[in-house]
Write a protein that binds this ligand. Structure first.
Ligand code: SAM
Length: 302
């Protein structure tokens, strides 16, 4: 038998089609918009487990109805994750077979699932990934941005100041950055991106992936802002940022704000706050931005 034949006939899966489903926890990916994006294995496992723990039982019920799956469901979301983890782990220890699904996509990725996986592993229970749709990876592969090295950040902070700080703190390591973003925040986030990385920073907005109105907007952040300003933005969004190495180099070459502030305090005999205002004005940035930068530098030195 050739190695290839051996490989293709080898059955590694503990959930092989002709065997009863092994006890354990199954983290099952579900579609992010297009119902065809469910795998045959996911359907078989959802049919065979004792219970399906769902982020929202009503949402998952629609999927189960569509595929005529009658398995009982139980809620498992961020508000009952801890209590439910204990209950489900006890069931798993007794030999149960439980699937975890989120409303859409891969459990544990900006969704519940991670906590129960950790608890199950700690209790010596087998945990099986059942891969499938994921918005971040779907957006990335069709973005046209480098895919060799990427960082997934989940959702950015909702508050402007915190969001800007998070963007400023992004590692400039040549990686593509991937975020989930809400449609009502995308314009503010793009504005922050332009402030932090400049008007020519290349970004990609991947909207409504796998759905009827799937759309990719690619280009410099300033252009995408103009495009979005002229319309209402709806639907689900993955926001991708091209690697930011060049900007990082320019920023890192700039003198430290803490050094400038200290020098002014000494030479002019003024307070730290007055010195900071002067530095902010000279750099053409706001006081609060200068203050955040100062704090970051001071934290780094601690
Ligand atoms: N666990 C999911 C996954 O594997 O992608 C993500 C869940 S997270 C709570 C939901 C966010 O993912 C949305 O707000 C949006 O940013 C992104 N998302 C989900 N489905 C999407 C789609 N079809 N198109 C674009 N973004 C999507």
């Amino acid at each position: 038998m050739t190695a290839e034949a051996e490989f293709s006939t080898e059955v590694k899966s503990p959930a092989s089609a002709n065997k009863p489903l092994a006890p354990g926890l199954y983290l099952v990916a579900t579609p992010i918009g297009n119902l065809e994006d469910i795998t045959l294995r996911a359907l078989r496992i959802l049919r065979s487990v004792d219970r399906i723990a769902c982020e929202d039982t009503r949402q998952t019920q629609k999927l189960l109805n569509h595929f005529d799956i009658k398995t009982p469901t139980v809620s498992y979301h961020m508000h009952n994750e801890l209590a439910r983890t204990e209950e489900l782990t006890a069931e798993l220890k007794a030999g149960g077979r439980i699937a975890v699904v989120s409303d859409a996509g891969t459990p544990g990725i900006a969704d519940p699932g991670g906590q129960i996986a950790q608890a199950a592993i700690a209790a010596g229970i087998d945990v099986f990934p059942v891969p499938g749709a994921n918005a971040a990876i779907s957006g990335l592969i069709a973005s046209g941005l480098p895919t060799e090295c990427f960082t997934f950040h989940g959702f950015l902070p909702a508050k402007g100041g915190q969001r800007k700080t998070a963007l400023e703190a992004l590692p400039r390591d040549g990686a593509t950055h991937i975020f989930y973003e809400a449609p009502h925040r995308i314009e503010d986030t793009l504005a922050d991106l332009e402030t932090v990385f400049g008007a020519t920073q290349h970004v990609v907005i991947a909207r409504e992936l796998t759905k009827l109105h799937e759309e990719f907007l690619r280009g410099p952040v300033a252009e995408l802002r103009k495009t979005l300003a002229a319309r209402t933005v709806r639907g689900e969004i993955v926001l991708l940022l091209a690697p930011t190495v060049a900007e990082a180099t320019a920023k890192e070459q700039r003198a430290s704000i803490a050094v400038e502030v200290a020098a002014l305090m000494k030479s002019e005999g003024i307070s730290e706050m007055d010195a900071l205002k002067r530095v902010a004005r000279d750099r053409g940035i706001g006081k609060s931005e200068a203050y955040r930068e100062l704090q970051r530098e001071q934290n780094r030195l601690r």
